[in-house]
Design a protein around this ligand. Sequence first.
Ligand SMILES: [Zn+2]
Length: 465
Amino acid sequence: MIGARVPCLLALLMFFFARPATGGAGESSFKYQQVARQLLAAGMKDGESFSLLRELTSTVGSRLSGSPGAAKAVELVRRMLMKRGFDNVHLEPVMVPHWVRGPVESAVALPSRKGKPISLAICALGGSIATPNAGITAEVVEVKSFDDLHRMGERARGKIVFFNRPMDPTKLNTFEAYSGAVDQRSAGAVEAALAGGVAALVRSMTLALDNVPHTGVMGYRDSVARVPAAAVSTMGAETLARLLREDRHLKVHITLSCRTLPDVQSANVMGEIRGSASPEEIIVVGGHLDSWDKGVGAHDDGSGCVQAIEVLNLIRKLNLRPKRTIRAVLFMNEENGNRGGRGYVTAPGRSAEKQYAAIESDRGGFDPRGFSVQADSTVFTRTLAWQDCFDLLEAGKIARGFSGVDIFPTVEKGVPGFGLDVDSQRYFDYHHSNNDTLDKVNPRELEMGAIVEALLCYLISEEGL
Ligand SMILES: [Zn+2]
């Protein structure tokens, strides 16, 4: 009967159109779609990303370069890679900066007329000098930009310069919002000093309105006086702005006890699955092992590290035997120097190898959307041809863009770079703060990132770029 025949015909048509085209790209695409499904099943059934991240964050915690935590992390991930029997597990030494926060960091707003002192939640920015022991007490000028500050002329002299331009909430991609505000953190101390200011106080780099300050790297310039620099929580920034509207002569008392110690030897950690046909061609998949000293670096970048290890786990579980070598690299010192990323390029072992591609996950362990490609148009076009495989994982957004800080020195030498792209909406709620803890990481989303990276590694290995 007709009613039964129509669905049958539909099924037949669906079957016909679902079949892979025979020969050429269609056939290989079908093969890789199968691999994508197998990676998904293996990762979701018994993937290890989250348990590795739990181990890293609970047994080590924060891992700022040069700290005991960083040394412990190097040893822990070396053991993780050894235990799993990967090839060529080793450390490559790098010298890293050693900045310590110290026990004291506080800021108090002091009204010029009557009124109680009001505490502001602050933390020193990474690399800042300390205040004198007694702290710094000064009036405050609020600016939204360096241009504002330049226009202020002598009015900033002797004051604490308060940089209070928020990240732009209208940007869909929060990394864009971050880029539009982070100059205040990185160069605020130099600009404050050039204007005759005595300290820099910077609104935290987050879109969240809360009372948690977010640290991050700042810099000095040799020819410019050094002044202390701290981040104030977004709620603290709102409070301070309100107080300044009511009281132009309000003062803030800041105390910081941070300092920079001599450089320390640390290391990049790596392990790999040796290529079966072209072992000298290396596909790097990495993240950075160091974190800030706030929180435990669960998203930034514990996630990228465990995903790199999980890529090797998944590829081996499926017995894929890649043609090229796939190497997990846990870089040291991305946050305040990138010595690991630069050291990787110049390490003695590199001259015998060809770095074939480099992949980095450093945007948090969130749901992957695809990846950004930092390479020439030939490579970009080639990766676009794999989109159907990534679409199966709902990660088919392939766009040109920056790859990653750690792999950038490699990419700069002409090696194609890939950055795992993820849902960015929550990243800066946690980034560089006490909020960056394991409970903010969703195990399935984290694992999905590893699955997408594993597929990319395998496609590059087998198909070439
Ligand atoms: Zn990072």
